[in-house]
Design a binder for this molecule. Sequence first.
Ligand code: T5A
Length: 212
Amino acid sequence: MEGILITFEGGEGAGKTTQAELFKNYLTEKGLSFFATREPGGTDFSEAVRALTKDIRYSNKSVISELMLFEAARADIVEKCVKPALAEGKVVIMDRFYDSTTVYQSFGRGLDRGMVEQLNMVAAQGLVPDLTVYLKISREEAFSRKGGADKNDAIEQSGDDFHERIRQGFDILAKENKDRFLVVDSTQSIADVFAQITSAFEEKYKNKQKGK
Ligand code: T5A
């Protein structure tokens, strides 16, 4: 069986990393082999690119440059790790994937959506997640959990209007992609959020085994 791609999406501090970590433990307990990574990141090259995207010294870089950085990081992790892991039948867990690019660089920064989505597909080699977990929470609540926006993070410092467009962007993508999006109210307890994720995953996994 071809592997399963599960992505975690949402604004900063929504709980993606927390849930991705729990999900790894859950897969280990179930005896399912997996590959887990984050975007941008996951390879030496992509981690170096990640540092560039966050570096406040370059926060005035062109928006197209920012887009290209995310796509460059993606192309490397997809080619070297994600595609091979899926081909080996593994569950692949990604803490952010191209829905973040559509939302941040198009809805957030204002780049043409068609162009962004075309580049997403090039970098992702046409992969489409089987399940996208969208952890939904207000920016205020998420940042209060994190203890405020990171002063040294170029994207977190992008302002309230930008982050409101991010929230709206994820809502739009969720409506447009109901077949793969699971929208979870991330103000619930960590355990309640997690229960909804495993239940959706089990459904997808069963269907995949049946070849649906
Ligand atoms: N970006 C990324 C783009 O602009 N374009 C792109 O194409 C891509 C891929 C990446 C940045 O790059 C941008 C988006 C981002 O700005 P990142 O570090 O991966 O940066 O993303 P962040 O969202 O900033 O990561 P965070 O670690 O800040 O947020 P998480 O992972 O969503 O949240 P998490 O799990 O660390 O939780 C935050 C806090 O909340 C608590 C946790 O314990 C933690 O303290 N928490 C809860 N508390 C109560 N109840 C719950 N249910 C909780 N869940 C978590």
